[in-house]
Design a protein around this ligand. Structure first.
Ligand SMILES: Cc1cc2nc3c(=O)[nH]c(=O)nc-3n(C[C@H](O)[C@H](O)[C@H](O)COP(=O)(O)OP(=O)(O)OC[C@H]3O[C@@H](n4cnc5c(N)ncnc54)[C@H](O)[C@@H]3O)c2cc1C
Length: 335
């Protein structure tokens, strides 16, 4: 396979918290190690991220490129891009893996254009078949699975990986890290500052898990009926220790914030359990939740499309089902 370069991400920094790798970094390393064996390198950009190089090495990166600079405190494509380009130039990988995250998808598209190589986004599986890399991803809103291979001869290939679709790398022991420091030229920083500036970072505070990381998601659709009834969805999510999701019909109506939208133009979630309440199952919504291990649908229309995707279905008015469900959960928990 040759060298696989992982473009790692650090968790966004908030006052007082220690630098940490984002979960996608471990997943990228896991996928890279399964393909590249020991020939895995990583690149990381940010502020105070140098201590994380050891963590990347301990999870399988034989070499770690780190750009640790106050100018990289906020993610800006113009400053992060040259760092990854330098790492590619130095490591000469045959494959570059990024996360299908807000940062990763922007960087990947720009890199592919600059380097003139192909890019397959949102992969859910990577495999090598007779020496050829096969990149698999859902297409047509999740209703079909496509396999992509690069046209020969492709010196460099690139893919972004869907969060939570790949097993994270385990520790390989305390391997000494071969760390290569990279710098962002001052001219690049100055030029970037002219074009893009982070004015404010708004941190969404919620009591439950983050939608994208949640193992349980309770999502509501237009069938919930009104903003006044939305609390029923939120209460079931809280009872199950899960996150709240919504369809576009709901976020457009303002019953829930746009950040909770699941689907083609919203978040892609891959929880163990996805409870769809009053959701018809439009292809654009399914695109965001088809990766859930188990979908439970509650809908009063027995012909609703969501039932084609659900493992368990309840044909009923959700107003009768949700309170009964919440009561049973409370009983089982001994509340
Ligand atoms: C380019 C594009 C991108 C889009 N992106 C997205 C996206 O990212 N995410 C997304 O969600 N949508 C997206 N959409 C919109 C999508 O096509 C659907 O319109 C939307 O998903 C429908 O939302 P819904 O299921 O909540 O509403 P509806 O389709 O109106 O379904 C409501 C369901 O609730 C059921 N219901 C009604 N009352 C009850 C009750 N009391 N109890 C139980 N069930 C009840 C009904 O039987 C029905 O099945 C996109 C559309 C386009 C064109």
């Amino acid at each position: 396979m040759g060298t696989v370069l992982v473009v790692a991400e650090a968790q966004p920094r908030h006052a007082g918290n220690m630098p940490a790798l984002a979960p996608i970094s471990y997943e990228l390393l896991g996928a890279a190690r399964r393909l590249g064996g020991d020939d895995v390198v990583a690149v990381l950009s940010g502020t105070e991220v140098r201590p994380l190089a050891g963590e990347l090495a301990a999870h399988g990166a034989a070499q770690v490129y780190v750009a640790d600079d106050p100018a990289l405190a906020d993610y800006v494509a113009e400053t992060y891009l040259p760092v990854v380009e330098q790492a590619i130039c130095h490591a000469q990988p045959s494959l570059v893996l990024l996360g299908q995250t807000a940062n990763g998808r922007e960087l990947a598209a720009r890199l592919a254009f600059r380097l003139g190589c192909g890019l397959v986004t949102d992969c859910t599986r990577l495999a090598v078949n007779a020496g050829t890399l096969v990149m698999t991803k859902p297409v047509h809103g999740g209703s079909a699975i496509a396999e992509y291979v690069a046209e020969a001869p492709a010196a460099l290939q690139m893919a972004t990986l869907r969060p939570r679709a790949f097993e994270p790398a385990g520790r390989v022991g305390a391997k000494p890290a071969a760390i290569v420091g990279l710098e962002v030229p001052a001219a690049v920083v100055a030029q970037a500052a002219e074009r893009t500036r982070v004015i404010e970072t708004v941190r969404q505070v919620s009591s439950g898990p983050r939608l994208k990381d949640a193992r349980i998601v309770v999502a509501g659709g237009r069938g919930v009926g009104s903003a006044a009834d939305w609390h029923l969805v939120a209460e079931l999510a809280a009872a199950l220790g899960g996150a709240v999701g919504a369809t576009r019909a709901v976020t457009d109506a303002g019953w829930a914030p746009p950040s909770l939208q699941v689907g083609l133009t919203g978040a892609t979630v891959t929880p163990d359990l996805y409870v769809a309440v009053g959701i018809s199952g439009a292809v654009q919504h399914i695109a965001g939740c088809a990766g859930a291990r188990t979908i439970v649908a509650i809908n009063r229309d027995p012909n609703a499309n969501i039932f084609k995707h659900a493992r368990f279905g309840v044909v009923a008015d959700y107003r009768q089902v949700l309170p009964a469900l919440a009561r049973r959960i409370a009983e089982l928990r001994g509340d």
